[in-house]
Structure formats: structure tokens, C-alpha cells
Design a protein around this ligand. Structure first.
Ligand SMILES: Cc1ncc(COP(=O)(O)O)c(CN[C@@H]2CONC2=O)c1O
Length: 282
């Protein structure tokens, strides 16, 4: 255990940011993770639109318009002289103020963003991943990309402890999404996924997949599937800005299809690479 040193006990007169920061103390904020390929943002408009929708949903007034936010995000690329693959983490909280559950009377949002390198995980994209199922114990506004991620964190940790990449979440057997990605089941040439309701995050890659499926004339059925449907799946895959379109080869003890990534999943991976202007490496 760590012994708190004297300096960790802050003098009450100097108590302020970052100690009394509402994102830190309440998870009172929203965030985005935006992908970069060859120094260019992918799906930036979708991410900025969702950021503003999430902030509005929890009554945080972002002090600039979408255009200014977009401009600042491009300045971040320039500042970092970014020309490779990476991601930006962008966070907006209600701000710093004496701790009180209710909104502070006067408060300015704290906004920060940073960029990291993120090479593609070609091995995982090629071979797929194992997953476990976990109960979805989150709140009922999962469409808001909020900092309230404890249920997601605990589900992902359980997956990791079981040598799995992701946790597939369900509410009484109805599959919603994963701890940090959307989830899809393929059966008889059709793709099934939970509808974009309040119970899932409306993924930016999920929106791109809708486009790809339409272009390929592959039916997308926005109907939730059940845990028990998984044993009959031909294919499964998950999607997120960091995982891309990732084949799921096993859920708990159930091997999906023949245990290999399926044809439709491969088609969507290629469509993703073309859309994101990535050199075709798969
Ligand atoms: C709960 C949840 N569902 C779906 C998604 C997929 O959304 P995008 O397609 O817009 O990425 C995410 C993204 N989670 C981000 C992606 O990487 N790390 C995260 O926290 C997520 O956290």
C-alpha cells in the first residue's frame, strides 16, 4: 500500500484544480477517441457531432462551435507533426469547483485533448479475438459517451482476466454491445446488431459499417440478438475506432462458425481500409 506523504494532504486554502475537478470526482464529462491514419483524421465529423450531442445531453455548454473544435483538432495534428497512424483522446468536463453534486453556479468546462501513436493491430485483424459475455449493468443513457466508465472498466478487466479481448454485454440475455465497441452477428448473409437506441453508444464505425453494407447490398437488420443466438452464428465481429472491424472467433466456450473470420467480416474490413484510405494490408 502507498504511504500518503505530507504533500498529498493538500492545504485547504490551496484546494482547487486538479483536485476539485468534476470529471475526476463525478465522472461529470464526455469524451471521444478519434482515429488517425497517415496523419489524417478518420470519421472526424461523426466524432465532433457525437461530442456535442453527448455534452448537450448532460447540460455542458461547450464554449465553442463545432467548426472551432474541428480547427483546434487540426492544430493538434500540426503541433505534433503527425503523419502516421494514431488516435486523439478528447475530454470535456463540467469544470473545476468546490465539490457538490449539484452543478456549480459559475463554472467553465475543462477541455483537453492529446494525440498518441496507434499502429494497426494487423495480427488481431487477421486472426480475430476471443470474448466473454457479461451482464450489462450500465445506466440507461449509453448513447451518451460519458466518463462514467466503471461498468465498462470492470467488464473489460474480467475479459482480460479470462484471456479475452472484449466483454459482450447483455441485458437479461439481449445483447447490446461490448465494453468499448459495438457487436454484430452474421447469419445466412444478414448482419444483425442492436438498434441505435439509448442502450448503446451509436458508434462512428457502426455508422460507417451501415454505409458499407448498403454499398455491398448486404442486409443490415437492426434488431437485437440474444446470447443463445450466438451458437448458431455464421460470423461475429465488433467495431470501434481503435479496434476497427475485428472478427470475433469465440464467445465464452462457443466457437463462432468454423473458428475463422468470415466472408462478410473480411468484406467489411476491406471496405473500412478503402474508406479510411489505408493501404490494403489484409
Ligand atoms: C461503449 C462503446 N460502444 C461502442 C464504441 C464504438 O464507438 P466508435 O465506433 O465511435 O469508436 C465505443 C468506443 N470506445 C472508444 C474507442 O476506443 N476506446 C474507447 O473508449 C464504446 O466505448
Amino acid at each position: 500500500s502507498t504511504i500518503l506523504s505530507q504533500s498529498d494532504f493538500v492545504d485547504k486554502n490551496s484546494l482547487s484544480y486538479p483536485f476539485e475537478e468534476r470529471g475526476l470526482q463525478f465522472g461529470d464529462g464526455v469524451y471521444e477517441v478519434i482515429r488517425i491514419y497517415n496523419g489524417e483524421y478518420y470519421l472526424l465529423t461523426e466524432h465532433v457531432n457525437r461530442l456535442f450531442r453527448s455534452a448537450e445531453a448532460i447540460k455542458i455548454n461547450i464554449p465553442y462551435h463545432k467548426e472551432k473544435m474541428t480547427e483546434l483538432l487540426y492544430q493538434l495534428l500540426e503541433k505534433n507533426n503527425m503523419h502516421t497512424d494514431g488516435k486523439v483522446y478528447l475530454q470535456i468536463t463540467r469544470g473545476s469547483a468546490p465539490r457538490d453534486h449539484a452543478f456549480p453556479h459559475e463554472v467553465t468546462p475543462n477541455i483537453y485533448a492529446y494525440l498518441q501513436d496507434l499502429p494497426r493491430n494487423e495480427k488481431l485483424l487477421e486472426n480475430g479475438v476471443k470474448t466473454i459475455s457479461q451482464r450489462d449493468v450500465r445506466w440507461e443513457n449509453c448513447y451518451i459517451k460519458s466518463l462514467n466508465l466503471l461498468p465498462n472498466v470492470l467488464a473489460k478487466q474480467t475479459a482480460k482476466e479470462n484471456d479475452c479481448y472484449e466483454a459482450i454485454l447483455h441485458r437479461d440475455g439481449v445483447v447490446t454491445e461490448c465494453s468499448s465497441s459495438n457487436i454484430y452477428l452474421v447469419k445466412d448473409g444478414k448482419v444483425y446488431t442492436h438498434p441505435a437506441t439509448n442502450n448503446i453508444l451509436h458508434g462512428c464505425v457502426r455508422m460507417a459499417i451501415e454505409r458499407f453494407l448498403k454499398d455491398e447490398n448486404i442486409p443490415l437488420i437492426e434488431e437485437a440478438f440474444q446470447l443463445e443466438d450466438i451458437q448458431y452464428a455464421d460470423e461475429m465481429f465488433l467495431s470501434s475506432s481503435t479496434s476497427e472491424v475485428l472478427p470475433v472467433t469465440q464467445v465464452d466456450r462457443v466457437v463462432i462458425g468454423n473458428g475463422e473470420p468470415g466472408k462478410i467480416t473480411r468484406t467489411l474490413q476491406k471496405a473500412y481500409e478503402q474508406d479510411a484510405k489505408i493501404s490494403d494490408k489484409l
